[in-house]
Design a protein. Structure first.
Lengths: 319, 625
């Protein structure tokens, strides 16, 4: 049994509505329904889902930028229940989707790189300089970049600076939130391959969030599929899209444009996400699902084991 | 810094303001060392001496005090009070604004309601109340003027801070271990500082005026000292008999306030980054065309749309960005042509050049021809182009939320698009809009007609965008990354809709994308662009199966396909070249492993081969001849 890098228990987030000076806020949108899972050390867990499925809310809770409504997070055996980003920062880091806007336009790269070293690890000036040189060497960036400002870099370079900043905190886990979706295909692979190498070099665990199924499949050990704030399927990367159990996973796999496959709309035009302010009873996917029955519309299907390492939340799974 | 002053002085009025203000400030600073009479020494014999008299250049006031000396000392006081008040108001107001915007929630609510209370009183009443409570005196007037102006800063700065504090770099700083005070001081403040400076430069004149107002009412500076306001106040009684005593301080106030405001406006414009990049210069309705060569010969028979050797450049200062270099394309009815390329490859600029939609300045079409059924569009006048845009050639853009007007219902916008080109009644246009909504398979089309764009999902909005493009039965639709912003399940629906529409109506589609999967599913032919040039063109199946250009081959290899399992992905080392500094010869040569010395010199032509294929390469991967 390998060590667990991340253990999440019943994590959920409900955003409140209202809450002015005099009115009391009331619970509103359930962005993430209770989620539990474990990630062993050294694994890459892919997280896929469409816009509005709660991917980003989920990621922000894991790094302490957002306080969860319920649940516990345990990183490398340490419980982190308070939303203190600095405590989280040493264990888990976040790499942002937009490489340029995650860098303060009025700071040099050196100032950006020094912050985590000084504040999280209390390094003095010579130590910091040495460490930055080390990190920059491993992400293939030249040290002369250190005195430049963020707008002088291309997307691919800025994303590598983002990786360098995350590495500077020397975390156990890095959450990669759509790390390559802002990049061109020819550059995308450069960044992905670099991240794969760094993972080995620094013994990291990744949570790879993306809407690009093919990219997720190429880099992940296991994949978790989110729909409407809940996990609908989780399993080994090679199985999830090849032999999906949940009808939604199958819909996703069928929708991805693939060279050599004829163009067909996999579902009717009326299909839309349910209203998050007024969620339906039972399975959230039931309104779009060809296999839905009355049972699906009445009860929430629990995540159950199907096959040796695949779990799906469905009453009528695909075989 | 030098660039800032250059921009500032390009504005003539700001330059005048700067010169006048500098002279006044220098004079005010030099007052103690100038050989002036004592401003407070009365001299009854000289009462109301007119200006330009011996010993009294600007005359004397009702007590016979020297006006010149009093004016300069008064200016000194007024400037100092105005500047200090502006600084105080900016400091306190910005502090409140930053705290309120950064922390949000209850803090924001309470602080902003307090600011609202300050704003609820007419400013002069509020200032009077503060002076009444504190007692008269210049310092108290200063406090009153500063307090009255706090809300202006607090509101402005709060708005900016709210935007900034949700930016990703603030989250990143938090994860780097920074606390609230560090984030405010080192992340937020440097980004709002320019705004504070701008707000100060535009309000300092106003504050000088307000201080003068309070002094004029006798609530500011107390005798025998005086500032410009109290000089005016004292001269009021003699206004009709000896107007010079009030005109002189009046002119000074006017000069100060005008010069400060002119300079302030100039500073604001010069610091605004949008102005620096020329965004506010109004683009022309049609892209500027500056072709100095003879037009390339037209093909016969004329295809529906033919682009021949199109060249579009962006001229920014001395720089020439060659965004599109000698692009040739042909589209026939019912055909779907894909243009594929990475960002900066010139695919979108090509599409916009077709009907002169590239913003000018800085865009210039420097060569080539665009022919719609044989007629050159680039030499057409604006009216002709306008009747073609949307009517015969329609566009679908990436983000329908930014191309649809947020304040009109989608039904009204569709009806407007129809009535723009066809003389039909409002009712007919409405019913046609409904047909269009049904044609793009929007469920409950009749009720959706009265929805606003923000009430629809991304997929539904893009359907409206397609309906809009279809409104006048165009011959050609140019779709610029129409599905890039959409989820995969929605993308599949939109693509199959476009495919059906073209088969049903014989539409020609030019589909611009960066996604090979999309091209493979929808397009008959594809043109691959790299750094402004077409590097390869031909039937989609042939190019995907046997790419001839090394760039195409390696780009296809970079795209991960679903079902491949975990693997190392192929990458192309290096970056695409900047189009203002293109390498000679093949643009891809610096990144190509087959490149030889031959590849790096001279223009490499697009060579045609069998099966309508063409490739721009000396060492192609496949022999297509």
């Amino acid at each position: 049994m390998t060590k667990l890098a991340l253990k999440v228990d019943n994590l959920s987030k409900t955003f409140t509505i209202g809450g002015g000076l005099l009115s009391k806020s009331r619970p509103g949108v359930r962005a993430v329904r209770p989620v539990s899972f474990e990630v062993p050390e050294g694994e890459t867990l892919g997280v896929v889902g469409e816009s509005g499925c709660g991917k980003s809310t989920f990621a922000r809770m894991l790094v302490g930028l957002l306080e969860p409504t319920t649940g516990h997070i345990e990183i490398a055996g340490k419980a982190l229940d308070n939303a203190d980003p600095a405590a989280f920062g040493r264990l888990i880091q976040y790499m942002f989707q937009d490489p340029i806007s995650s860098l303060n336009p009025r700071k040099t790269i050196r100032q950006i790189m020094e912050a985590p070293l000084r504040l999280l690890h209390g390094m003095d000036k010579p130590q910091r300089t040495a460490r930055i040189a080390e990190i920059f060497a491993s992400v293939n960036l030249r040290e002369e970049f250190l005195d430049r400002y963020p707008h002088e870099f291309s997307g691919g370079q800025a994303q590598r600076i983002g990786i360098a900043r995350a590495l500077a905190a020397a975390p156990e886990i890095i959450i990669l939130d759509e790390p390559v979706s802002a990049l061109d295909v020819s550059v995308q692979a450069q960044v992905l391959n670099l991240m794969a190498r760094l993972k080995k070099e620094f013994n990291l665990t990744y949570l790879f969030i993306s809407h690009d199924l093919a990219v997720v499949e190429a880099v992940s050990d296991r994949i978790m599929v989110l729909y409407f704030g809940a996990v609908v399927e989780i399993g080994r990367a090679e199985d999830v899209f090849r032999a999906p159990k949940h009808p939604y996973t199958k819909l996703l796999a069928d929708s991805a444009p693939v060279v050599g496959r004829a163009l067909t709309a996999p579902e009717s035009a009326a299909a839309e996400l349910p209203d998050p302010l007024n969620p339906p009873r039972g399975c959230a996917f039931a309104t779009r699902c060809p296999r839905a029955t009355d049972e699906c519309r009445a009860n929430d299907p629990p995540l159950t084991q199907m096959g040796d390492s695949q779990f799906a939340a469905c009453f009528h799974p695909l075989s | 810094m030098i660039a800032f002053f250059k921009l500032l002085f390009r504005n003539r009025l700001a330059a005048v303001g700067a010169v006048v203000l500098t002279v006044i400030v220098l004079m005010a600073l030099a007052v103690p060392i100038l050989p002036l009479k004592d401003p407070n020494l009365p001299h009854t014999a000289a009462r109301f001496t007119p200006p330009f008299s011996e010993g009294y250049l600007l005359g004397a006031d009702h007590l016979g005090r020297d006006q010149l000396s009093r004016l300069l000392w008064g200016t000194r006081t007024s400037l100092a009070v105005g500047a200090v008040a502006a600084f105080l108001a900016a400091f306190l107001g910005s502090a409140i604004g930053i705290l309120s915007g950064y922390f949000g929630g209850r803090t924001d609510n309470i602080l902003m309601r307090l600011i609202d209370m300050l704003m609820a009183f007419p400013y002069i009443l509020l200032a009077l109340a503060i002076v009444a409570a504190l007692g008269t005196g210049l310092i108290n007037a200063l406090i009153a003027v500063a307090a009255v102006n706090i809300p202006f800063f607090a509101r402005n700065i709060r708005g900016i801070t709210v935007g900034l504090s949700h930016r990703e770099f603030v989250d990143a700083a938090r994860l780097a271990g920074k606390g609230h005070s560090r984030i405010i001081l080192s992340e937020i403040l440097p980004n709002v500082l320019p705004v504070i400076v701008i707000a100060m430069s535009t309000t300092v004149g106003w504050m000088i005026l307000e201080t003068a107002g309070l002094s004029f009412l006798g609530l500011g500076s107390q005798p025998p000292d005086s500032d410009l306001g109290s000089m005016l106040g004292l001269a009021r009684a003699a206004f009709t008999t000896h107007p010079h005593t009030s005109i002189i301080p009046g002119v000074m106030i006017f000069l100060i306030v005008m010069s400060v405001n002119l300079l302030g406006d100039g500073v604001r414009d010069a610091l605004d980054p949008r102005l620096r990049s020329g965004a506010l210069s109004r683009p022309m309705a049609v892209t500027k065309v500056a072709r100095n060569r003879t037009l390339p010969a037209a093909a016969t028979p004329a295809p529906l749309l033919a682009v021949d050797d199109l060249e579009t450049q962006f001229h920014v200062g001395e720089r020439r960005y060659e965004a599109v270099g000698k692009v040739s394309l042909q589209v026939n009815p019912g055909e779907c042509l894909g243009i594929i390329g990475e960002s900066g490859s010139g695919k979108s600029v090509t599409a916009l050049s077709l009907t002169g939609l590239v913003a000018s300045p800085p865009g210039v079409i420097t060569g080539g021809a665009v022919r719609l059924e044989g007629d050159d569009l680039l030499s057409a006048n604006y009216e002709t182009l306008r009747s073609i845009r949307g009517n015969r050639i329609a566009y679908i853009f990436q983000d329908p939320l930014s191309t649809l007007h947020p304040l009109y219902t989608v039904g009204d916008q569709l009806a407007e698009a129809i009535r723009c080109h066809a003389p039909v009644s409002r009712a007919d246009a409405k019913s046609r809009a409904l047909e269009l909504m049904e044609a793009v398979r929007i469920p409950n089309a009749a009720t959706r007609l009265s929805s606003y764009p923000h009430e629809m999902s991304g997929g539904m909005r893009q359907r409206v965008g397609i309906a809009m493009a279809m409104a006048n039965d165009p011959d050609i639709i140019i779709a610029d990354e129409p599905t890039t912003a959409l989820d995969v399940t929605v993308q599949a629906q939109i693509l199959s809709l476009l495919n059906d529409l073209r088969r049903e109506r014989g539409l020609a589609i030019v589909f611009i994308t960066h996604d090979f999967g999309v091209v493979a599913q929808l397009c008959d032919r594809v043109a691959v662009m790299y750094a402004g040039r077409i590097v390869e063109e031909g039937p989609t199946d042939a190019i995907l199966a046997t790419p001839a250009h090394p760039y195409t081959k390696r780009l296809i290899a970079c795209v991960p396909e679903l079902g491949g399992g975990r693997r190392e992905l192929a990458a192309i080392p290096g970056l695409p070249p900047m189009v203002d500094d293109l390498p000679p010869g093949c643009h891809f040569a610096p990144r190509c492993d087959k490149a030889t010395a031959e590849c790096r010199v001279g223009y490499i032509a697009l060579r045609e081969g069998k099966q309508q294929r063409a490739v721009r390469c000396i060492h192609p991967e496949e022999d297509i001849a």
